[in-house]
Design a protein around this ligand. Structure first.
Ligand SMILES: Cc1cc2nc3c(=O)[nH]c(=O)nc-3n(C[C@H](O)[C@H](O)[C@H](O)COP(=O)(O)O)c2cc1C
Length: 331
């Protein structure tokens, strides 16, 4: 089978697409052209935290093409973050204009920045005068209304943005409900920067549907679909679905890696719970285990439950949809 889409990027998912995930996933399943790190937010003391340094360090990112993501509304902080990224060996930096979390948007960051187009324009103006690396942007289509995107695009078009990654939802829609493909289609026409599509691509059929509708889009970004089915990108490149033993090795490698990295089995179990929220959809009849997994409180419970999943449930070749917990399919 030929490749359906030339470029596939793995989306940033806070708490899930850590360096440990990126290393393990790329080594075991491959298929991604780039991985994006979950965002880091520069603070006024201009220090990368131990957690940020772990995620961004050259040895943890060796051999895996990775773009660090930054969330800020201050140009000087973004410039500082870009400089850190360059010193750590990255060759691009990404701006988060999509995070819908109330604590973030209340500060005018993430999707909250979209409510302040004049400030956003001034931010880009200051950033692009000095920035030491190419800049890509990951954005929603607006805060309250898709009509906001016309003005936002005019701003984006004034600057040499390397790649505009569009998740066609509004802030209040978080990651649920139908994506606004009409607004995405307009953006594709009007954007000066190359446009990457992001949102709800979970199965091979989703890709067929998407490429038929948008044959000129040559890059897509996938988040939850890759967590639910780590072999999705491999399948997209014509490879086989995940096997049971392979998947077991994958989850155990990740879990052991987290145990060693954190030194706390409970923290490792917490990381794995977040992964399993999506991965359980690759198993038939997984609802009972999904509920139990959400209640897991310690490492022993986690290990017991994981063994039960692999012992009792049939593996599917494609993840069950939707991945947002609503029971309704978005795309
Ligand atoms: C748990 C979770 C954490 C996320 N963390 C980030 C993040 O750090 N930065 C970001 O730009 N987007 C983040 N996102 C959004 C995803 O990158 C992506 O845009 C979204 O999940 C839609 O794509 P998908 O349908 O392929 O998953 C997050 C989404 C989820 C569900």
């Amino acid at each position: 089978m030929e490749t359906l889409i030339p470029q596939v990027e793995v989306a940033p998912l806070e708490g899930i697409t850590t360096w440990m995930f990126r290393q393990t996933h790329s080594r075991m399943f491959g298929g991604a052209d780039r991985y994006f790190t979950p965002f880091f937010s520069p603070t006024s003391d201009r220090i990368l935290t131990a957690k940020e340094l772990r995620d961004l360090s050259p040895e943890h990112n060796a051999g895996v093409p990775t773009v660090p993501q930054v969330m800020t509304k201050r140009a000087e902080d973004f410039l500082w973050a870009a400089e850190q990224a360059r010193e750590l060996g990255f060759d691009e930096v990404n701006l988060n204009l999509g995070c819908p979390s109330g604590t973030v948007t209340a500060k005018g960051k993430g999707a909250g920045f979209l409510l302040h187009p004049d400030e956003l324009d001034a931010f880009f103006d200051a950033v692009f005068q000095k920035v030491c690396l190419p800049v890509s942007v990951k954005t929603r289509i607006g805060y309250n209304d898709g009509a906001e995107f016309t003005r936002l695009l005019k701003i984006f078009n004034r600057y040499p943005i390397r790649e505009l990654i569009v998740h066609p939802r509004l802030r209040g829609e978080f990651y649920k409900g139908p994506v606004h493909l009409d607004v995405f289609a307009d953006a594709l026409q009007a954007s000066r920067a190359p446009v990457t599509y992001n949102g709800d691509l979970v199965s091979i059929a989703d890709f067929h549907g998407f490429t038929e509708k948008f044959p000129t889009v040559d890059t897509v970004m996938i988040g939850r679909g890759v967590i639910a089915d780590p072999a999705l990108l491999r399948k997209l490149r014509g490879g086989p679905p995940a096997g049971r033993e392979e998947l077991k090795t994958y989850t155990q490698t990740l879990y052991q890696g987290y145990r060693e990295a954190y030194g706390y089995p409970g923290t490792a179990a917490q990381r794995m719970k977040e992964l399993w929220f999506y991965l359980i959809n690759l198993f038939d009849d997984g609802e009972k285990y999904a509920k139990k997994m959400r209640r897991v409180g310690n490492a022993a419970e986690y290990e017991h439950l994981e063994a039960g999943i692999f012992r009792d449930l049939d593996l599917l070749t494609e993840a069950r949809k939707p991945l947002d917990g609503t029971g309704k399919t978005a795309l």
